[in-house]
Design a protein. Structure first.
Length: 193
């Protein structure tokens, strides 16, 4: 298993490197408009390739704790670093959708009332017929102090000899969004009690 350990180490180093640098492939989450009323939500159609990987199991906060968190949280999602717009769009749409479903108020990029800022850093690694998306989310307070970190990786089956971001399915990105909001909500609920 030394090559698997090396691949995992390389993935974590890549994620940490991304966290320390800037990238020209940044998507401003507020650029994604919510779907018109009556339109099916993003991710409701079955995916061609299911995402697999090591998205950690997410503890669910109680509905009372979630409601209390939602009443006090105004989340600003900072531009996403490392992922091209094509890959970041389904992620951002799903983040916005899941945050609203959890009752979290979203704050725009110019909104000065945000209680938390979520910054995401992404990279990919292709090995054989699988591409792994490595992600790190940092949660900051409005003053820029890092309060929490969410990280993980998701594998997406590469089709037609594609690699890198071209091989990453929208469903893989949506699964990252689901896990991220679940972990964020659980962490916020844990801080209240």
């Amino acid at each position: 298993m030394p090559s698997r350990s090396l691949a995992t180490t390389a993935a974590l180093l890549a994620a940490l490197t991304l966290a320390a640098c800037n990238s020209s492939s940044v998507l401003e989450p507020s650029a994604i408009a919510p779907p018109p009323p009556g339109t099916p939500a993003a991710g409701t159609a079955p995916a061609a390739e299911p995402a697999t990987g090591t998205v950690p199991p997410t503890p669910r906060a109680s509905s009372a704790a979630t409601a209390a968190v939602a009443a006090r949280t105004r989340l600003q999602i900072a531009p996403i670093v490392g992922a091209p717009v094509e890959a970041a769009a389904p992620l951002t749409e799903r983040l916005n959708q899941r945050a609203r479903e959890n009752g979290i108020t979203l704050a725009g990029s110019a909104d000065q009332t945000a209680t938390h800022v979520l910054k995401g850093y992404f990279s990919t690694m292709t090995e054989g017929k699988e591409t792994t998306v490595v992600y790190v989310w940092d949660v900051y307070d409005p003053s820029g102090n890092r309060l929490h970190r969410i990280n993980g990786q998701v594998k997406s089956a590469s089709a037609n000899a594609t690699e890198g971001w071209a091989a990453v399915t929208p469903e893989a990105m949506r699964s990252i969004a689901d896990s991220t909001v679940d972990q964020l909500t659980a962490w916020l609920a844990g801080r209240t009690g």
